[in-house]
Design a binder for this molecule. Structure first.
Ligand SMILES: Nc1ccn([C@@H]2O[C@H](COP(=O)(O)OP(=O)(O)OC[C@H](O)CO)[C@@H](O)[C@H]2O)c(=O)n1
Length: 330
C-alpha cells in the first residue's frame, strides 16, 4: 500500500477531498461523461430525472477552460453519449461536430468511446471518424499508453448490439436473437418482469464480442509482461456494485472473468448510469462510474481530473462529480 499517496490527501470539504501536501503525479487526465447535447428544450429521462440538453455543452466548455488552465493535464477521456437520442436526426452531424469542436479546444489528445445515444444519431461509419476512432471494420476498441508503466484499454460495449450496425448485419441479427431470448417484453428497453442482474438485458445496452474478448486477453497478457498498470474504460459499467443493474454491459461477467485472471487491471471506469457509482470488487479492482454532465442543473458541473501515481489514482471531482481515492493493492 502506498502510504505517501494516502498521506497526501484526506477526505474533507472540497468534493470530499483536501490535499495535505503536494505529490507530483506521473500524469493527469480530464474525465467527463454523458454530455448528450441536443439543441432542444430541457426534458427528463424515461424515469423522470431532469435532463438539460443545451446546458450540458456549457459544462464541457467550463471543463475545457479549467483543464487548459491547470498545470499538466496530459489528455482527456469522454466516456460516451456525446449527443442525445432526441436530437433531430437532420441535426445529428451538426450536433456531434459542435461538441467535438468544443473538445478540440483542449490543448492535448482527446479519447472518445461510443455510447447508445451516439448510435441513435449516426451509424458507425459516420460516427467513428468524427470521434477520431480509427479501427478496422468499424470496430471501436483500442488501447494506448500515455506514460511508461500505464496502459488504457477502451472497450466497445456496443460491439454486439442491436444499435449502430446495419439492420441486416450479422451483429444486429445476433443481438436481436439474444435480446429475444433474454427479454420477453415487446419493448426491449423495458426491464419489467426481469429479475436481479437479468435486468441488464435491454436494447440500450450491448456486449463485448468474442474477437474483442480475445483482443482484451492479449492486451492484458502483454501489459502483465511489461509490468504495466491498466485502466479499462467502457461506456457501460462492469460491476453491479457500482451501477444500476439496468446499466450493466450484457457480458460484464465474461469481461471481468478475463480481467481477474491478471493482476494488472487496477481501475474500470464507465459512464451510462448517470447518477454515478463506486465500488471495489472481490479482486481489489476499483470501479468508478462517472456522474453525467447532462443532468447538471444550469450553473452546475460534473467533470474531473485524475492524477495517476505509482500506487493509486486520485479523481478530483468538480461539482456533482465526487472525488475518489483509488489506492492499488500491489
Ligand atoms: N425503462 C425504460 C428505460 C428507457 N427507455 C428508453 O430507452 C432509451 C434509452 O434510455 P435513456 O434513459 O435515454 O438511456 P441513457 O443511456 O441516457 O441512460 C441509461 C440508463 O440510465 C441506464 O440505467 C430511451 O428512448 C428511453 O425512453 C425505455 O423505453 N424504457
Amino acid at each position: 500500500m502506498g502510504t505517501d499517496f494516502v498521506c497526501s490527501y484526506a477526505m474533507g470539504s472540497s468534493n470530499g477531498l483536501v490535499p495535505i501536501q503536494e505529490k507530483q503525479p506521473l500524469f493527469s487526465f480530464g474525465v467527463i461523461s454523458d454530455i448528450q447535447y441536443a439543441d432542444i428544450p430541457d426534458g427528463h429521462s424515461f424515469l423522470g430525472v431532469p435532463r438539460y440538453y443545451r446546458h450540458s455543452v456549457l459544462v464541457l466548455q467550463r471543463a475545457v477552460e479549467k483543464w487548459n488552465n491547470q498545470p499538466k493535464l496530459d489528455f482527456l477521456i469522454h466516456f460516451g453519449d456525446i449527443v442525445d437520442g432526441f436530437c433531430p436526426k437532420d441535426k445529428s452531424l451538426e450536433a456531434v461536430t459542435s461538441v467535438v469542436n468544443e473538445f478540440k479546444k483542449f490543448d492535448g489528445p482527446v479519447y472518445h468511446m461510443i455510447g447508445n445515444h451516439c448510435l441513435y444519431n449516426l451509424p458507425r461509419e459516420k460516427l467513428l471518424p468524427l470521434l477520431n476512432i480509427s479501427c478496422l471494420d468499424h470496430r471501436a476498441y483500442y488501447d494506448f499508453s500515455p506514460a511508461p508503466g500505464y496502459r488504457f484499454i477502451v472497450l466497445d460495449g456496443y460491439d454486439s448490439s442491436a444499435l449502430g450496425w446495419p439492420q441486416d448485419h450479422p451483429k444486429t441479427l445476433e443481438a436481436l436473437k439474444f435480446l429475444n431470448e433474454k427479454n420477453p417484453n415487446l419493448d426491449k428497453n423495458s426491464p419489467i418482469g426481469l429479475d436481479g442482474l437479468e435486468r441488464r438485458f435491454l436494447m440500450f445496452n450491448g456486449a463485448v464480442g468474442k474477437e474483442q474478448l480475445q483482443w482484451l486477453d492479449n492486451i492484458l497478457k502483454d501489459a502483465t509482461s511489461l509490468n504495466e498498470k491498466v485502466v479499462v474504460c467502457c461506456h457501460l459499467p462492469l460491476d453491479p456494485n457500482a451501477s444500476s443493474k439496468e446499466a450493466l454491459l450484457w457480458n460484464y461477467d465474461e469481461v471481468m472473468n478475463i480481467i481477474h485472471q491478471y493482476d494488472c487491471v487496477k481501475i474500470c471506469m464507465a459512464g451510462h448510469d448517470h447518477k454515478g457509482g463506486y465500488s471495489i470488487d472481490s479482486h481489489g479492482v476499483h470501479h468508478r462510474v462517472l456522474e453525467a454532465a447532462l443532468e447538471c442543473p444550469p450553473g452546475t458541473d460534473a467533470f474531473g481530473h485524475i492524477e495517476a501515481h505509482d500506487d493509486g489514482c486520485l479523481l478530483i471531482g468538480t461539482g456533482r462529480m465526487k472525488s475518489t481515492i483509488m489506492m492499488f493493492n500491489s
